[in-house]
Design a protein around this ligand. Structure first.
Ligand code: G6P
Length: 611
């Protein structure tokens, strides 16, 4: 979703900003723009890709030592050149970029219109900018003060960065809800929505907090709250290498990330799981272990792929810990009036740690006395910071819009928490605990084995790429895998796909089955296997094309299926970390075969920072 980059310092600002915008492309966007301070303010913006913007301004005077840049994911107003950011204020002296939504923009716009303000776009951003300009002019105050006054009236979420023609040595930024990172260089500062545009210049960063305003000069960073009190900037060291955000020889980030999974799952287990000693250390949650054990219920709150990880975890926690678990879409949970009792444990699952719905859902739950645990990938992100405790997934930066390695890392973390709690609580006996600990330790190697079958899956993708619809079915632990498989296919190939519990398929989706419909069964050997075979037979009897994810040697399934994808055997609790891999590959290869830009599929955003 919208990406923000800004620079102030001795370098040429434009190349830094442009490169930064390219690094943020993965977030998803539909237009791009820059504003450069060079005497006056020069604004260039364009619908389409950053490369289209770049091409459209070749030959212009782009010299500047301060500037702001933006990739916009349309919310208010269609993607076009005039709605693209940066916006210029009516007097032409201020330019601003914004990530988030100003909810009371319509009212502000009415007020400004009566005062003669003219709007050139349909955006809420232009309204806020002119509101700031109006306050500045009316109160005869500096930009910083005008921003603070304006933000007190604003309802919604934002990161904004402004430049002022009359103060070209200063950038003003502010945040509430959406993310903002400031990189500290030598007499220079870099601003961005996440660390990826900053990492090649400096590893020292400050994460701006909600309701803080940053006043940034090349050699000075001042943070204040909206009450004009100075705040101490807390400098964090980035634990990330540039290579992690580059393709490293792979054609796409998504493929790189799928193939990284043996390593990312290993990284996630490392230092926590000791298979020989049979121990699991989760320092982040130790302090809350007792409360989790005694919780009446655990609520998993998440969106998208992370929600699917929550569903797998529901099965695991209920089985191993005998605790009632509910899995909630964050967007629903935050708006209804959920019953939350003191001591309820909420587990927020999020790759980015910035998903607006998840963030607000846990803020609300925290205010009602729940304990918040975060299972988050991005270190220092908003969800990580608001959580009482938690465990990072350590999957490294995930750039491909469709989540892959973050999902398996989430499963690894959630499984470790469940194993630990179940064992300490006594609901999981020692033998089974030790068996699961050892098997979990073997998962990275087994994922490598699955990946060796990628060429076969590529061939299957060629065979099925023409499908208009697809059905994904599974039961038990593999039901959420079917949901995730369907989500991957639709995200990356634009084929309509539905995931369903295999048995429930009889209550509707079976009406779709004919000789053209590919039906993907997630049918590894588990306690539901015989039942899944019966469901496969029901599809076969109606001439559906059965593609099955199975374990080697499963003759029954092989006989029924038109095609199979093999994964090694594992305990059913751990099987999803393996059975999802062929489905990720299948979606990837179908998407590529159909010519989809798989790393940046249309309309999708990596980090959904608006509700
Ligand atoms: C977006 C992404 C998905 C992701 C979901 C939740 O829709 O495209 O890949 O699963 O947001 O994101 P989170 O960062 O909270 O896991």
């Amino acid at each position: 979703m919208c990406g923000i980059v800004a620079y102030i310092g001795p370098r040429e600002a434009y190349p830094v900003i442009l490169k930064g915008l390219k690094r943020l492309e993965y977030r998803g966007y539909d237009s791009a723009g820059v504003a450069l301070l060079n005497g006056g303010i020069k604004v260039y913006k364009k619908k389409g890709r950053v490369a289209d913007l770049e091409e459209s301004i070749v030959g212009k005077d782009l010299h500047a030592h301060a500037g702001i840049g933006h990739t916009r994911w349309a919310t208010h107003g269609e993607p076009n050149d005039s709605n693209a950011h940066p916006h210029l204020s009516n007097n032409g002296k201020l330019a601003m970029i914004h990530n988030g939504i100003i909810e009371n923009y319509a009212q502000l716009k009415r007020e400004l219109s009566t005062k003669g303000y003219i709007f050139h776009s349909d955006t809420d951003t232009e309204v806020l900018l002119n509101f700031i300009e109006y306050i500045q002019t009316n109160n005869n105050c500096g930009l910083e003060e005008a921003v603070r006054i304006a933000l007190k009236r604003v309802v919604g979420a934002y990161v904004i960065v402004l430049v002022d023609q009359d103060n070209p040595d200063t950038l003003i930024a502010a945040r509430k809800g959406s993310p903002l990172v400031i990189g500290i260089g030598k007499n220079e500062h870099f601003l961005a929505s996440d660390a990826s545009p900053i990492i090649e210049y400096t590893k020292e960063v400050v994460y701006v907090n909600d309701y803080e305003v940053a006043i940034i000069k090349a050699d000075e960073l001042i943070l204040k709250n909206l009450g004009n009190e100075r705040q101490t900037p807390y400098i964090t060291k980035l634990d990330m290498e540039l290579a992690a955000i580059e393709k490293g020889g792979y054609e796409h980030f998504m493929l790189k990330e799928i193939f990284e999974q043996p390593q990312t799952i290993y990284d996630c287990l490392r230092g926590r799981l000791d298979a020989e000693a049979g121990t699991i250390k989760m320092s982040g949650i130790e302090k809350y272990a007792e409360q989790i054990m005694n919780a009446n219920r655990i609520v998993m709150v998440a969106c998208g792929t992370s929600w699917h990880a929550g569903l797998v975890a529901e099965y695991i926690f209920e089985e191993l810990c005998r605790i009632n678990v509910e899995v909630e879409y964050a967007s629903e949970f935050r708006y209804r009036n959920p019953v939350i009792n003191k001591g309820d444990v909420i587990i927020a699952i999020s790759q980015s740690g910035e998903t607006a719905d998840t963030l607000v859902a846990i803020e609300n739950a925290k205010a009602k006395g729940a304990i918040i645990l975060g299972v988050v990938n991005v270190v220092g992100s908003s969800i990580a910071r608001i959580s009482d405790a938690g465990a990072y997934t350590h999957a490294g930066p995930e750039i491909g819009v469709a989540s892959t390695k973050a999902f398996t890392a989430q499963l690894a973390v959630l499984t470790m928490i469940a194993l630990k709690i179940g064992y300490e609580k006594g609901t999981l006996d020692r033998d089974r605990y030790l068996k699961l600990v050892r098997e979990l330790n073997d998962i990275p190697d087994k994922v490598s084995t699955v990946l060796k079958g990628s060429e076969h899956i590529k061939a299957l993708a060629e065979k099925y790429k023409g499908a208009g619809d697809a059905l994904f079915l599974g039961r038990g632990y593999n039901f959420p895998v079917a949901l995730e498989g369907a989500l991957k296919l639709k995200e990356i190939s634009y084929i309509h796909a539905e995931g369903y519990p295999a048995a429930e398929m009889k209550h509707g989706p079976i009406a779709l089955v004919d000789e053209h419909l590919p039906v993907v069964f997630v049918a590894t050997k588990d306690s539901y296997h015989e039942k899944v075979i019966s469901n496969m037979q029901e599809i076969k009897a109606r001439k559906g094309k059965v593609i099955a994810v199975i374990n080697d040697g499963d003759e029954q399934s092989t006989a029924l299926a038109n095609d199979v994808m093999i994964v090694p055997e594992a305990d059913e609790i751990l099987a999803p970390m393996l059975s999802i891999i062929p489905l990720q590959l299948l979606s990837y290869y179908v998407g590529v075969a159909k010519g989809v830009d798989v790393d940046k599929p249309r309309n999708l955003a990596k980090s959904v920072t608006v509700e």
